[in-house]
Design a protein around this ligand. Structure first.
Ligand code: T4K
Length: 380
C-alpha cells in the first residue's frame, strides 16, 4: 500500500478520521458494473451474490454463509432464525445495534459486565443473570478480540441457551487455528464502510449447516420459499449485486489491507509504550487478529483526562472516537432494562479512545496523531 509523505505535523489541518474505507479502483469496478448492466439482474440473488458467498466461505473457513444488506438486519434475522424468546443476556459495551436487534424482536436485553482485559462479556457473571425467561446469550467479539467462547458455551450448555455472536468486528479472525465465526449457534458480520472488509453497507450470517442457511435465506427474502409459498414473516435483508461486486474486489486485497493495519498497530505500540499512563490494548493471544480497531486506554497516570485528550485531537482535526461511550445501558430505551453491576464496562467506557487505523494512513498523518499524544504527555 502506498503511503504519501503527508503534511507538516502541526500546521496542516487536513481531517484525519478514525477509519477510512478500503475502496476498489474505479477501473476495476467498471467491468463488473458492465456485467450487472448486461444481465439486468440487480438484486435477489444474482451471480455476484452467489460468487461472493462462495468466496467468503473459502476465505473465512466456514461452510455456510448468507449475505445481508447490512449487519443489523443480519442480527435481527439471526434471532428470528433461532426463534429466540424472552430474555437475552448481552453486553453494554458495544455499538447500540447489538441491543437494538433485541428490541426489534421484542426481546428483553439483560446486561452483564465485561472482562477488562478483552472488553468482552464476562462468562463468570452470566450465570447470575439467568432466569427461567432466559433463552439466549448475545456476546460481541469487541474490536475483533475473541470472547471467551469456551466458558460462554459451557454456561449455555448447562442452561440450554442459544449463543449468537455479534461478530461485526471479527472479519477473518482465526482463533486457535480455526475461524472464530464457527463459535456458538450463529455469528453475524458487518461489512459497513467503517469495517475491515466492506461492501459500502453489508453483512452476513454465518450458519452451521445448510438447513439453517436455507431458513435464513427465506427470512431475508420476506419468508418466500418459492413463488407461492411464504413460510415466515421475513424481512427484506438481501444484499444487492453492486454491493456483492464491490465485496469481490475488496476480498482480492484484504490480506494486504490487514497487513497494513498490523504494521500501523505495531507503530502505535512502539509510540505508546514510551508514554506513561497510556496503554494500547494488547494483541489477543492465540489469535490471528484483524487489527479492526486501535483501542487506547487513558489511565489516571496520564497528565490529561480521556475527554481532554479527545478534545485536543479534535482541535487538530483528528476525529478519534470513543468506541464505546456511552454504554448502551445509558441510552434512554435501555435505562429500565435489567442489569447486573457493570463496573468494568463503565471504567473502560470512561477510559477508551480509538485512534485512527486504516490501510494507507500516511506517515505524515501518523506523525500528527503522534504529536498530539506526545504534547499531551508533556513531551511536546
Ligand atoms: N454490531 C456491532 C458491534 C457494530 O459495531 C455494528 C456497527 C453493528 C453491529 C451493526 O452493523 P451495520 O448494520 O452497521 O452493518 C459506525 C458504523 O456506522 C457502524 O457500522 C459501526 N458498527 C460503528 C462501530 O461505527 P458511527 O456512527 O461511528 O459512524 P460514522 O459515520 O461516524 O463514521 C465513523 C468515521 O468513519 C467517520 O468519522 C469517517 C469515517 N467514514 C465513515 C463512513 C460511513 C468514512 O471515512 N467513510 C464512510 O463512508 O458508526
Amino acid at each position: 500500500m502506498e503511503v504519501d509523505e503527508g503534511p507538516d505535523p502541526l500546521t496542516n489541518k487536513k481531517q484525519i478520521t478514525v477509519t477510512r474505507p478500503l475502496l476498489p479502483e474505479l477501473a476495476e469496478l467498471t467491468p463488473l458494473l458492465e456485467r450487472i448492466w448486461e444481465s439486468g439482474r440487480l438484486t435477489n440473488g444474482g451471480q455476484f451474490h452467489a460468487e461472493l458467498e462462495q468466496q467468503l466461505c473459502d476465505y473465512l473457513g466456514v461452510s455456510h454463509l448468507s449475505l445481508f444488506t447490512n449487519g443489523t438486519l443480519a442480527l435481527v434475522t439471526a434471532l428470528q432464525a433461532l426463534r429466540i424468546r424472552g430474555e437475552v443476556i448481552t453486553t453494554p459495551y458495544s455499538f447500540v445495534a447489538t441491543s437494538h436487534a433485541l428490541l426489534w424482536n421484542k426481546l428483553r436485553p439483560v446486561f452483564v459486565d465485561i472482562e477488562p482485559e478483552t472488553f468482552n462479556l464476562d462468562p463468570a457473571q452470566i450465570e447470575a443473570a439467568i432466569t427461567p425467561e432466559t433463552t439466549a446469550i448475545l456476546p460481541v467479539h469487541c474490536y475483533g478480540v475473541p470472547a471467551n467462547i469456551d466458558e460462554i458455551q459451557r454456561v449455555a450448555d448447562i442452561y440450554g441457551l442459544k449463543v449468537i455472536y455479534d461478530a461485526a468486528h471479527a472479519f477473518g479472525v482465526r482463533h486457535r487455528g480455526q475461524s472464530l465465526l464457527e463459535a456458538g449457534d450463529l455469528s453475524v458480520l458487518s461489512f459497513h464502510a467503517t469495517k475491515v472488509f466492506n461492501t459500502f453497507e453489508g453483512g452476513a450470517l454465518v450458519c452451521p449447516d445448510a438447513k439453517t442457511k436455507q431458513r435464513v435465506d427465506y427470512l431475508k427474502n420476506f419468508g418466500f420459499a418459492d413463488e407461492v409459498t411464504v413460510v415466515a414473516p421475513g424481512i427484506n435483508g438481501k444484499m444487492n449485486e453492486f454491493q456483492a461486486a464491490v465485496g469481490l474486489l475488496q476480498l482480492a486485497r484484504i490480506d494486504e489491507a490487514i497487513a497494513d493495519r498490523r504494521r500501523l498497530y505495531h507503530r502505535y505500540q512502539r509510540l505508546v509504550s514510551g508514554l506513561d499512563g497510556l496503554e494500547l490494548m494488547p494483541e489477543p493471544d492465540g489469535t490471528d487478529w484483524n487489527y479492526a480497531y486501535c483501542p487506547l486506554l487513558v489511565g489516571p497516570g496520564f497528565p490529561v483526562t480521556r475527554d481532554a485528550l479527545y478534545d485536543r485531537f479534535r482541535q487538530q482535526d483528528i476525529l478519534v472516537r470513543r468506541y464505546f461511550y456511552p454504554l448502551i445501558t445509558d441510552f434512554p430505551m435501555y435505562r429500565q432494562a435489567r442489569q447486573l453491576p457493570l463496573p468494568n464496562a463503565r471504567a473502560m467506557s470512561e477510559r477508551i479512545l480509538c485512534l485512527p487505523l486504516y490501510p494507507g494512513l500516511s506517515d505524515g498523518d501518523f506523525e500528527r496523531v503522534s504529536a498530539v499524544l506526545q504534547a499531551a504527555a508533556g513531551r511536546g
